[in-house]
Write a protein of this length. Structure first.
Length: 74
């Protein structure tokens, strides 16, 4: 449900404009807080993926260095 639908429901219930505004502000604050949590979780997942990618690159580098070292030793 969007905020306009909520406002229409508040009108039907007979809420005063000040009370409607207060309810809509509370809903807006709740949505903003939820979005902040979602964004922080996305950032955490991005950091986790960056770490995994970095570890993979290090492992590949070490493996390539080992292969080259073994190739030159023979």
């Amino acid at each position: 449900m969007d905020l306009q639908g909520i406002q229409e429901n508040l009108d039907e219930l007979g809420f005063e404009k000040a009370k409607q505004k207060a309810v809509l502000n509370l809903i807006d604050v709740k949505i903003n807080n939820d979005m902040k949590e979602v964004i922080s979780e996305i950032k955490r997942l991005e950091d986790k993926q960056d770490t995994k990618f970095s570890m993979l690159m290090w492992a590949m580098g070490i493996l390539i260095a080992l292969i080259l070292a073994l190739k030159f030793i023979r």
